[in-house]
Design a binder for this molecule. Sequence first.
Ligand code: ATP
Ligand code: LTN
Length: 329
Amino acid sequence: MEKRILSGIKPSGDLNIGGYGGALSQFVKLQHDYQCYFFIPDLHAVTVPQPPEVLRRRTMDIAALYIAAGIDPRKSPIFLQSQVPAHAELGYLLQTVAVMGELGRMTQYKEKSEGQASVSSALFTYPVLMAADVLLYRSTHVPVGDDQLQHLELARDLARRFNQRFGVELFPAPEPIVQTIGSRIKGLDNPAAKMSKSNPNPNSCVMLMDEPDLIRRKFAKAVTDSEGLVRYDWERKPAVSNLIEIYEVFSGLSVEQIERRYEGSGYGLFKGELAEVVIGKLEPLQERYRAWIGTPELDAVLAEGAERAAAAAAPVIERAKQAMGFVRF
Ligand code: ATP
Ligand code: LTN
């Protein structure tokens, strides 16, 4: 069976190096071995209120960053979820198969709704739309950070349930691809919490568009421990292990190579060189981003991507509707 991937990054905030390590850098590697569809889940972003101009800017930013990071849009279609109506359509069909209890158990829903005065019903059904995204392309694999594993498990359950209920072999159960390194990059101020743009401390995360000097300052301030040893050990040295993971993602060196390189040298040199390794990757990426953003070529990539995605999705949504008993003339 052909190996197919669909994955994407929500335009709900500006991208940091966590999203780069957990998603973007993986996408770039996987495009050679799979038929990939990379989309921008803009319908997901609006499950929490987004000012329309901000949503527009971030959506195009992520599209430009996909290309800047090295995704080749001729090989893998890049498109906006809102431009392929089949996503919302299959999302609705799958809502008839999903049940309230399993959606109420989703950790991300619980986290994002906690303490909010009002929560949209779309935030609750969000994981069903995510399942639709994946199943619409009959994806066999989905690269995600480990925070998305529960959602993917739901997608697998819904695929099996749909097939069984309607007696079809339509949806394969998609397998997650989680990198062992880089899939759980933590905050620079606190290795217990994921690096997230929702953290109010600006020193907690390095943004993909940060200037070199700012990146240097942020790494200089990153917490470590008092041991002075560059050693990878998540149990006992989470802060240092996190920095080693970031180093790995951006340098391509292995953990062992990094440990050996900084044997006996303390944290100052390690953090300084880590900043340079990250800057070395981000500067050219930022330059390519600036070459693409706001161009008609970027619009053309997205228009063509949406056409190719819609063509791939059409027979699948058709088969799903037929299986459920919708009349077709
Ligand atoms: P938020 O932080 O606002 O909850 P998010 O950053 O998790 O959102 P996205 O921007 O859609 O949401 O993340 C895109 C991808 O990057 C997802 O697959 C997610 O698992 C991954 N990702 C996000 N942050 C990290 C992180 N700190 N470490 C590793 N992977 C991450
Ligand atoms: N839920 C994901 C974004 C997302 C996604 C997808 C990822 C929506 N649909 C399909 C992979 C495949 C997030 O919050 N990071």
